[in-house]
Design a binder for this molecule. Structure first.
Ligand code: SF4
Ligand code: SF4
Length: 415
């Protein structure tokens, strides 16, 4: 197989096709510390794209309670088990030797492409029908198990570790090296040059389900009535700017724009010919991923270079998080817990507007208070952050110090 460079793992990996990159890449950042599992994102997607007969069990966006929730059930545990079986004890990271091209260290294990069985292009499995039936099994539940039928009816039990959970919102990662693209014998899934969105050509798809089996995130889903596979389309008409609400400017996807918890920020980043992100310190997503380093790829060791990044939850045991987000977790949590002035300002941009932000500017404000977090003293300044769309027009302006509106007494206890 050809070799491609994957900067998440700091080295080359096998891939079915020669290395090629889009001009721009659709990227999202999810702040897990803020998700409340309201499922507004899930329903925004469902009511837009997957409401038809035959799509009943199809959730392009889902929010699962980790560690036990999952859609399809147990998707990550089963993939990790497959990998462990194929490469026992070998999934480790080495300290970074290559500077900026390996920001999280060098992965010393094997990716799903390197572990592919001889007749395939990626290691994977096809979930069973019951795995797709119930996206919310184990919501808010600390009981152990992979959610096979019969297990969850037994009722609650506490596991052997201190109880904790967090909500993990998931969409297709529009990967740089998509396993769905690699696996298909019909070349039905493809990656767009203009924005890196991965689509499945419905006319080419013959329903072989190779993409379903290969995608380690299980975001390619089979539709029985059309006998084709479908997946998140990144709301590409909105990304292209065809929604009248933004007057021709690129717009965030439905799940992003609907987020109640303001955990999501989506944008388009420029990609150099060698696959690296073009240096752009005025872009909020570039700054969060490459400068502030608070947002990390999910399961980077799978090797697909996913383009959804997560700010990890502060309260979850670190070994679990290091397995899910790689060795950058400790630094990311430290930086998020004690944010720089710049980071605190940029975090205000999450869900401030549905128009994609291509550039931010910070206007410094007055000091408003001293705070102590985890024993560290910090000063808080009421800085203002301004977001600009692709054309350079201001689309949002928001300050660090949120205004509090006190409801007048005459409206108390009224709806
Ligand atoms: S997350 Fe899965 S379906 Fe989406 S691009 Fe990556 S491999 Fe393909
Ligand atoms: S809308 Fe936002 S806060 Fe609500 S579940 Fe989805 S990601 Fe979480």
């Amino acid at each position: 197989m050809p070799k491609v460079y994957n900067w998440h793992i700091g080295r080359e990996t096998d891939y079915r096709y020669e290395e090629a990159h889009p001009d721009r890449q659709l990227v999202a950042i999810f702040n897990t510390n803020r998700c409340l599992a309201c499922q507004t994102c899930t329903m925004a997607c469902k009511s837009t794209w997957t409401f038809s007969p035959g799509q009943e069990n199809m959730w392009w966006n889902n929010v699962e309670t980790k560690p036990y929730g999952g859609y399809p059930r147990g998707w990550d545990v089963r993939t990790l088990e497959l990998i462990e079986k194929a490469n026992p004890g070998g999934q480790n990271w080495k300290t970074n030797q290559k500077g900026d091209r390996a920001p999280y260290g060098v992965f010393d294990g094997k990716t799903i492409f390197e572990l592919a069985p001889i007749e395939r292009f990626a290691l994977g499995y096809e979930p069973e029908d019951e795995d797709w039936e119930t996206p919310n099994v184990y919501e808010d539940t600390p009981r152990a198990g992979l959610g096979r039928r019969g297990e969850y009816e037994k009722g609650g039990e506490f596991g052997k570790h201190p109880t904790w959970f967090f909500y993990l919102a998931r969409v297709c990662n529009h990967c740089t090296y998509p396993a769905c693209v690699a696996a298909c014998p019909r070349q039905a899934p493809y990656k767009r040059k203009e924005d890196g969105i991965v689509l499945i050509n419905q006319e080419r798809c013959w329903g072989y389900k190779q993409c379903v089996q290969a995608c380690p995130y299980k975001k390619a889903i089979y539709r029985p009535d059309t006998r084709t596979s479908e997946k998140c389309i990144g709301c590409y008409p909105r990304v292209e700017g065809t929604d009248p609400a933004t007057k021709g400017q690129p717009m965030e996807a439905r799940c992003m724009g609907a987020c109640i918890g303001k955990i999501r920020l989506q944008g388009l980043v420029s990609i150099d010919k060698d696959g690296q992100w073009t240096k752009d310190p005025e872009h909020p997503i570039y700054t969060l991923v490459h400068e502030e380093k608070v947002a990390l790829p999910i399961y980077p060791q799978f090797g697909t270079e996913p383009n959804v990044y997560y700010i990890p939850p502060r309260w979850v045991p670190r070994p679990y998080l290091r397995q899910m987000f790689g060795p950058g977790v400790d630094e990311a949590i430290e930086r998020y817990t004690n944010p720089s002035r710049k980071l605190l300002a940029i975090l205000q941009l999450f869900r401030a507007t549905q128009t994609m932000i291509f550039k931010y500017e910070i206007i410094e404000g007055k000091k408003i208070r001293d705070v102590t977090t985890n024993g560290k003293k910090r000063e808080i300044f009421n800085d203002t952050v301004i977001g600009y769309d692709k054309s350079g027009k201001e689309v949002t302006r928001i300050s660090v110090d949120e205004k509090i509106h006190v409801r007048p007494a005459k409206y108390r206890n009224s709806v």
